[in-house]
Design a protein around this ligand. Structure first.
Ligand code: PLP
Length: 390
């Protein structure tokens, strides 16, 4: 969807002509007679501000419907509620830490089986599925090692076993990638990240391909009630107005930062789908409209938590914080932050080394970001400085 279409898919208010979407801060709606209303009866079931957001996001992803939740994890949780005991999920091994926690500590207890596989090779998915598989769950690119999976190849496998393919599209955003058009059935977003874009809210979205899936998710949304409030819906809509220009600038910054890191003597490996050396660079180029995202991860030659700590506390523009996708650059150390809930052994299996650092490039000037990183590399761990003095 072009920037023009995105901006003009957001309606002005038909009642007053207000150019921006009104915040309907209300819990209930007056009915003319029992069951006779203007399409809204109670704010858990529906809200006019939320409806605008949901309609716009459905258009952004080319879906039948979209549903807004209080957080990305609430969105993921709503999809998992489509399952029953004995069902099986095949999930990407480098899955978002919070999703791993929800899968393992909530749904496994309820008798849902989860198999983690390296989905960057569709063969592994084909070998893992069974007649019990109900969901294939991928992120592409993944968090934090930026693995890319071939969505259409995996969609074919899902169809063969009658499973639904769910793609967490948080990192690519609808600007770079529209998984439904590649054969996925459900798309998830943490709206907290690129879609909101200003690090000022938490939100989640589920986008469905068919009317029957829309009905099922809508039922869970109303039955469980983890909806996004009207004010946060308004902020998310406002974020979407600038999504295209923000995302493209973040991609440009990330490409330049990745090129800088590749040449740096203190850096061991750089994870970025835009690099020709990336395992699935060609697939990323094809399925992501030539955009590689604003996230770059890397490891240090000195592969220790201490060395990573020293680096992440030495930057000025890159702020040390969880989350990503906002206009301000952030960095984090996944082993101690976003992925602390994943046991070290599993982290290492998924390629999350002790010194792995994740950068979320904002929309600042690229050279300022590079200068910031260059100066952080020159800082030495405090202990070492002390030793040198001694
Ligand atoms: C942040 C994130 C989530 C969870 O979203 P919240 O809004 O924090 O609940 C899910 N998936 C990915 C890829 C994320 O980065």
């Amino acid at each position: 969807m072009s920037a023009t279409k995105i901006i003009h898919s957001i309606p002005s208010d038909p009642l007053t002509g207000a150019i921006s979407v009104p915040v309907y801060q209300t819990s209930t709606f007056i009915q003319e007679a029992p069951g006779v209303n203007k399409g809204f009866d109670y704010a858990r079931s529906n809200n006019p501000t939320r409806k605008v957001l949901e309609d716009v996001v459905a258009k952004l992803e080319g879906g039948n419907g979209a549903f807004a939740f209080a957080t990305g994890l609430a969105a993921i949780d709503a999809v998992l509620k489509l399952l029953t005991t004995g069902d099986e999920i095949i999930a990407v091994d480098d899955i978002y830490g919070g999703a791993y926690r929800l899968f393992t500590h909530v749904y496994e207890k309820l008798g849902i089986n989860i198999k983690y596989v390296d989905t960057t090779d569709p063969e592994n998915v084909a070998n893992a599925v069974s007649s019990k598989t109900k969901l294939i769950w991928i992120e592409s690119p993944t968090n934090p090692t930026l693995k890319v999976s071939n969505i259409s190849a995996i969609a074919t496998i899902a169809e063969e076993v009658n499973a639904l393919l769910v793609v967490d599209n948080t990192f690519a955003s609808p600007i770079a990638q529209q998984p439904l058009s590649l054969g996925a059935d459900i798309v998830i977003h943490s709206g907290t990240k690129y879609i909101g874009g200003h690090s000022d809210l938490v939100a989640g979205l589920v986008v469905t391909k068919t009317a029957s899936l829309s009905e099922k998710i809508k039922f869970v949304q109303n039955a469980s009630g983890g909806v996004l409030g009207p004010w946060d819906c308004f902020l998310t809509i406002r974020g979407i107005e600038t999504l295209d220009i923000r995302y493209r600038k973040q991609c440009q910054n990330a490409e330049k930062v990745a090129q800088f890191l590749v040449k740096h003597e203190s850096v061991q490996d750089v994870y970025f789908p835009g690099l020709k050396t990336h395992k699935n660079h060609d697939i990323a180029r094809r399925q992501q409209n030539g955009l590689f995202g604003g996230i770059v991860s890397f490891t240090l030659k000195e592969d220790t938590v201490e060395a990573a700590n020293s680096f992440v506390t030495s930057t000025a523009f890159f702020k040390l914080a969880e989350s990503l996708g906002g206009v301000k650059s952030l960095l984090c150390h996944p082993p101690q932050m976003t992925h602390a809930s994943v046991p070290r052994e599993r982290r290492l299996e998924a390629g999350i080394k002790d010194s792995l650092i994740r950068l979320s490039c904002g929309i600042e000037g690229a050279q300022d970001l590079i200068d910031d990183l260059a100066s952080a590399f020159k800082q030495q761990p405090k202990e070492k400085k002390l030793l040198q003095v001694i």
